[in-house]
Write a new protein. Structure first.
Length: 438
């Protein structure tokens, strides 16, 4: 249907299947003219076949994924350089839904006083991404650590030519090819790349720099899955934990209190290294306040900042496992400009890497042979909590996770394993009853 300024219609969208175990499509099997498609070898030529073009038998097609798309298209202006009309598309589960999005877009643009014309820009993905990250850092939305991480993501994207041409000239295929190549990397890396590109295109779409946002609508580019398997959460076994504890108790180890505090509370090493001995340790009320963490500023300089997220700011109970550790640490504290409980002899901040290297040496001396790192202390605490029967909501609070989904994603498999072991109680009960009846 065409009307002034916009059009709406329903279209058949076909995308090629790389592999299929289905038998030959019934429509193709009945077709006597295979000259156009070269006996179905040339999938691009198949689209010229009228029977194939109109076919909607998605379940029996062995060559294509077939989707019905409802799309409304709005003419928003003309390209200054070519004079061709510039259009913005909206997709939905029906024509009405697509039109509703189109009209809402027009209402929003009118409300915001934004002209429905493309604002031509020579800005590239690289430039826009840099501006977004600089702005977020400037207003305090992200901290130095996150800024540095995001800059590393941007550097990865900048190795591609599409990152250095005007964003309106970037094609969907270029973005999809990049993300496909990134599947060789971890899911964590893929997420960072995808989120940055999505932010850039959302920004450009909002500012009318591009006619189509490849990351919006029914055909939006989706986050691909890595070809690598996610690493399992690695914790010390109870036997390895005992080896570590015995070694620390029987030897004069410099970083003993840091290691044990992380092991018995699950706090991050950065949080332990930022503890303020004047404010965060309340022995009278048995309260350990987690309010700060080690971080880096924009120039990668080590500094102290607030916790990773709002939920990261938390109060933990000082118990019989941690009271002696904190008392010993307070007795040995070196007064320093940052008021940190643990610092170097020159009163400077410790780095995570320093403690990580020391921890590896401690574990080696304790007889722990597997690869280790200080984050395993946090995982070990969480694993012991789950083994002891602590629930996920309580564990979330102890770990300082922003939401429970993070806790489930990280420790769900361990939790389910120990929950399933509870069925042994049922088995033991049934067996005992059977024994009684004999």
């Amino acid at each position: 249907m065409n009307t002034k300024g916009y059009s709406v219609g329903t279209y058949i969208v076909k995308s090629e299947k790389k592999k299929s175990e289905l038998p030959m499509c019934p429509t193709c099997k009945k077709c006597k003219d295979k000259s156009i498609c070269k006996n179905r070898k040339n999938k691009k030529e198949m689209s010229r076949c009228e029977k194939c073009k109109k076919c909607t038998m998605a379940e029996s097609c062995d060559k294509f994924y077939i989707n019905v798309q409802h799309k409304a298209t709005l003419t928003i202006g003309k390209d200054i350089s070519t004079g061709k009309p510039i259009k913005k598309s909206f997709t939905g589960s029906s024509q009405d839904e697509a039109l509703e999005q189109l009209f809402q877009y027009k209402i929003d643009m009118k409300k915001n006083g934004t002209p429905l014309e493309l604002q031509k820009t020579e800005k590239t993905i690289s430039i826009i991404a840099q501006e977004i990250e600089d702005s977020k850092y400037r207003i305090g939305k992200i901290r130095g650590n996150t800024y540095v991480t995001n800059m590393a993501t941007l550097e990865r994207i900048k190795t591609n030519k599409f990152a250095h041409i005007p964003i309106a000239k970037v094609t969907k295929q270029q973005i999809e090819n990049f993300l496909e190549n990134e599947r060789k990397k971890s899911n964590s890396t893929l997420k960072k790349d995808y989120r940055m590109l999505k932010k850039v295109f959302d920004y450009a779409s909002y500012n009318l720099n591009i006619p189509t946002n490849f990351f919006g609508g029914i055909n939006a580019i989706e986050l691909p899955k890595s070809l690598k398997e996610d690493k399992d959460v690695t914790a010390l076994t109870i036997t390895e934990q005992r080896l570590l504890e015995e070694y620390l108790q029987n030897h004069n180890v410099r970083h003993k209190n840091i290691v044990l505090l992380c092991l018995y509370t699950g706090i991050r090493v950065g949080e332990a290294l930022a503890l303020d001995y004047t404010q965060d340790i309340d022995l009278d009320n048995n309260m350990l306040k987690i309010t700060r963490t080690l971080t880096k500023d924009k120039s990668k300089k080590l500094t102290i900042g607030p916790t990773k997220n709002k939920k990261g700011k938390r109060n933990l109970e000082i118990n019989e496992l941690t009271e002696g550790i904190l008392e010993d640490a307070l007795n040995k504290v070196i007064k320093n400009p940052n008021n940190v409980l643990f610092c170097q002899e020159n009163k400077r901040l410790y780095t995570d890497n320093t403690i990580n290297s020391a921890f590896k040496r401690i574990c080696k001396n304790a007889g722990i042979t597997k690869p280790v790192n200080t984050h395993m202390l946090r995982h070990t605490f969480a694993t012991r909590c789950i083994e002891a029967g602590i629930s996920m909501p309580v564990l979330q609070k102890l770990m300082g996770h922003a939401n429970i989904q993070t806790t489930i994603n990280t420790y769900g498999d361990i939790y389910n394993y120990y929950q399933n072991k509870e069925t042994q109680k049922y088995i033991d009960y049934i067996k005992s009853e059977e024994t009684k009846n004999k």
